[in-house]
Design a protein around this ligand. Structure first.
Ligand code: CA
Length: 236
């Protein structure tokens, strides 16, 4: 499993240890020393998960978690809080502001990696290597293979990531800006029509098996992947 994880921790030694632990577990790490620089990094690109220290200079970890949850764009990023005190009240407050889990310092690297994996599986399935199956279309992140029935499909790397995200978040409409954030990891430097170009390529790769129908254009809103559409068309 390889996810992009933003570490927000002001103590250099702990930040280093966290970074080494997560890198060894196969993740990409971005680091921030405080809440302000974390917010700056988040404006450029969204990570798959934020590992957030409770005690930070300036904006506290709890305030930052609250801000991330209040904003539409960052609302669904999974957050794991790091708390030094391990006090029951901190954990309760952390979960109240919307953290998904917490880890008490000093932490066990194995436990941290396991908790990250559990939260990602629950909250960001596109960052895991679990195979996905939707409407007869199968995608396996571990082997990077996509198949429709017996037929293997050939997709470019961006189309593969786009399809993975759509398959792990079906029945929901995603705007072009959201897709840029989630699939490209960037919504500032890439134009929104880039999304249309890759959707077109993805549809043409799925056309042979008829699975292009699973990707719907929702006018004025964006794109949606739905297995239900296929079922209703089959009935007709
Ligand atoms: Ca700290």
């Amino acid at each position: 499993m390889s996810a992009t994880i933003l570490i927000v921790e002001d103590e250099p030694a702990i930040q280093e240890l966290l970074s080494a632990t997560l890198t060894r577990a196969g993740h990409q790490v971005i680091r921030a020393d405080d809440g302000e620089s974390a917010q700056r990094l988040l404006r450029e690109a969204l990570p798959d998960l934020v590992l957030l220290d409770w005690m930070l200079p300036g904006v506290s970890g709890m305030d930052l978690a609250r801000r991330l949850r209040a904003e539409e764009r960052t609302r669904s990023i999974p957050i794991i809080m790091l708390t030094a005190r391990g006090e029951e009240q901190d954990k309760v407050s952390g979960l109240e502001v919307g953290a998904d889990d917490y880890v008490t310092k000093p932490f066990s690297p194995r436990e941290l990696v396991a908790r990250i994996k559990a939260v990602l599986r629950r909250r960001a399935p596109q960052a895991t290597e679990d195979p996905v199956d939707l409407g007869g279309l199968k995608l396996d992140p571990a082997t990077h293979r996509v198949s429709a029935g017996e037929a293997a499909l050939s997709l470019g790397p961006t189309e593969f990531r786009l399809l993975h995200f759509l398959m792990t978040h079906p029945e929901r409409v995603h705007s072009r800006a959201q897709l840029l954030d989630q699939v490209w990891g960037d919504h500032v430097f890439v134009e929104e029509r880039t999304v249309d170009v890759h959707i077109r390529r993805l549809r043409s790769a799925l056309e042979g098996s008829g699975h292009d129908r699973l990707i719907q254009t929702v006018r004025g809103a964006g794109y949606r992947m739905s297995a239900q559409a296929e079922a209703s068309q089959a009935v007709r």
